[in-house]
Ligand binder design. Sequence first.
Ligand code: GLC
Ligand code: CA
Length: 583
Amino acid sequence: MTQENKCQWWHDAVVYQIYPRSFRDSNGDGIGDIPGITQQLPYLKDLGVDVLWLCPVYRSPNDDNGYDISDYRDIMEEFGTLEDFDALLEAAHGLGLKIMMDLVVNHTSDEHEWFIRSRASKDNPYRDYYIWRDASGYAEDGTPLPPNNWGSEFGGSAWEWDERTEQFYLHMFSRKQPDLNWENPAVREEIFEMIRWWQERGVDGWRVDAIGTADKPEGFPDDPYQEPGRVTSSMRFVNNRPKVHTWLHMMNREAWSRGGAIVTVGELSGPTPEDGVLYTAPEREELSQIIHFEHVSLGNDPRFDKWSLDRPGLVELKEVLDSWQRGLYGKGWNALYWDNHDQPRAVSRFGDDRPEFREASAKALATALYLQQGTPYIYQGQELGMTNVAFPRIEDYRDLDSVNWYRTVVEERGELSAREALARVHARGRDNARTPMQWNARAQAGFSGDKPQAQPWIAVNPGYPEINAEDQHGDPASVLNYYRRLLHLRKGPLREVVREGTYEPLAAENPSVYAYRRAWGGALLVVAVNFTSREVECPREVCAALEEGEALLGNYEEATTTSVLRPWEARVVLRGAPEAPEA
Ligand code: GLC
Ligand code: CA
């Protein structure tokens, strides 16, 4: 890291991700909204987070819950108004919290004015805002054939035929999400200007959606990974091409760097840690951090990709996380996450959500990840140990990705029975993360506050009487209070060693224990976590390291120093840290 870029404010910050539709409903229509977020700010402040990342709140027809934007400069009707947004910003800033918005600029909605104009004729000035191509030919019955074999992320061809102008447009996501043409300088200028507009309103940062897809392979050649007759997503072919870096640098120079101390985190699928350095090295002036998918893609299915029932092994998981720690050390910066709005709940996938292990494993996962170097991201409800949900019928699901995939494998291709496909949706579907936030044990988990008769847009997870914020608030042993303690330590005695410390994996080959040692100045931090639901013998190397410091944190009420780690036990020891600056 270059000297002047050392220690940015976001190196010590913790980000909390909000999915506004499912966070808090203030007016009883069953849909979370911006005033609902404003009401709950004290809860977030109390948790100890610094930045709130809001999933998209812009005007949208909601084909993909706001990731299909029809107006970048207005708020989705169900979520409130620009005045509500300004009020949220002001209230958040008043509490010392920053706001990061989702920046969805790989594509717009097909209902965006630019696209409506673009599709009106072949020679209008907006035509080149999107990617239009002629048919590659015509089938015997006259059906136009797409320009190439690319598959969209949400199923089927990535090309949609437009009758009026007789060309195809490209959509890497749903057909209601046409891809913008980043090659066109007018498109880029519109986007940069829009970013500056929000920054002038007071926005503090951006989570840059699907940006790795902006640069398309030159000449639009066929995707070599496709199997004939079975279209799958072409993301891995399209992602992470060279001009993504060029355009990020431009966006940084033209927009982000003009907004004060803006933080940016790019969503990029498929980068290596070497790519991660290119994206986040301060001297390259691209992004502050990236969100990659390597750890959450472990155990994917050879045939059904993310729709897998397999559980990743711990050795592989450690290899991936360790490679990012080592790869970015001193060069770039990591974003640390387990959960988000596209992933199943980590406590169900990587932990053990059975009642006897749920709390310990939720705390164990947080301990293992958030004491690594990088900026922690906590997704709403994760701090309560919220779990996956298993709705009985596909009709109970709202996520277009899950519903499209289910229809394709069950109805179109007959590759899986309804029951088999549903089991995979239960394991990996995005709605696991999108059920309403569980505020209390009253009707609908308190999602609509004092209007409990409201029907939420998606059913609540039936686990809410056991798992909710109100009950956990007063319980010192709760997951919520453990998160508070962990974040507090991170900001206090662990601050420097967590931010700057070297990272050395311990017992890397051990299939049950995740352990590492971090050192900085005179301080030494050791983290050891049992990643199984049984007692395990602590590896000798780990035990020895644990003896080097004083116990600082653990997820069992009675601390022990024996060589047996209890199910999902996490131990953190510290030696020689400076005094905590403030309590
Ligand atoms: C990102 C978002 C996801 C969305 C997609 C298309 O992956 O996280 O929710 O569906 O981009 O915008
Ligand atoms: Ca509402």
